[in-house]
Design a protein around this ligand. Structure first.
Ligand code: AMP
Ligand code: ZN
Length: 188
């Protein structure tokens, strides 16, 4: 089918060998195209939750559980929570709601372009608090305009640790190596 790739995350859940950790309601899988040394996705088993836009005020419990599991993963990795970006993409491409837990080194061959970078390093990545606030206030997650999404994904590159302004992606990737070990040491 035309958009079968959108279901690849759901397919991952069907094979328990792909599940690193699970609770009654949630599973943790490795991102197949990890954008950093550590990159996990937390997904609910609830088949009615395709994206953040399917959440409602009754989903806050699920959201709280996802948040707790994200913290647990960073601890299990022997790392600090502040070494990770934790959030949802505002315009997700894959089905089944998934929370990204990605280490801030962003040292990975799969991190290839500005869009990849900005999807984790701008407001395009929605923190759990923002989702919870929207659900409390409006009962649904507010959608960003297509124009804002475009602007965010086009934001000029900037290092996430210092003030360095790279000339292009290869320059940024090379620069990130200077900071990477402060977030995740290799072979951990
Ligand atoms: P999003 O833009 O939030 O929908 O991100 C989808 C994520 O799923 C990306 O980080 C991809 O690298 C990841 N991904 C794509 N295909 C797979 C797969 N088969 N198994 C695990 N992760 C995947
Ligand atoms: Zn820097």
């Amino acid at each position: 089918m035309y958009d079968q790739w959108k279901n690849k995350l759901i397919d991952q859940l069907k094979d328990k060998n792909n599940i690193l950790l699970k609770t009654e309601t949630l599973a943790v899988v490795k991102d197949a195209y990890a954008k950093a040394r550590h990159h996990f996705l937390i997904l609910p088993f609830d088949e009615s939750l395709d994206t953040i836009y399917d959440l409602d005020q009754y989903s806050i419990e699920t959201l709280n559980e996802m948040e707790l599991l994200a913290k647990n993963i960073t601890e299990l990795m022997g790392n600090k929570e502040e070494n990770y970006k934790i959030g949802f993409h505002s315009d997700p491409s894959m089905k089944r709601l998934h929370l990204h837990v990605v280490s801030k080194d962003f040292d990975s061959p799969a991190l290839k372009n500005k869009r990849h970078w900005n999807s984790f390093n701008t407001e395009f990545l929605l923190p759990i608090d923002k989702i919870r606030n929207d659900l409390n206030k409006f009962g649904v997650v507010q959608k960003m305009s297509a124009e804002k999404i475009k602007d965010l994904l086009n934001t000029p590159l900037k290092c996430n640790t210092c003030n360095y302004v790279p000339k292009h992606m290869p320059d940024l990737k090379n620069h990130l190596l200077k900071h990477a070990d402060q977030y995740v040491k290799l072979n951990t």
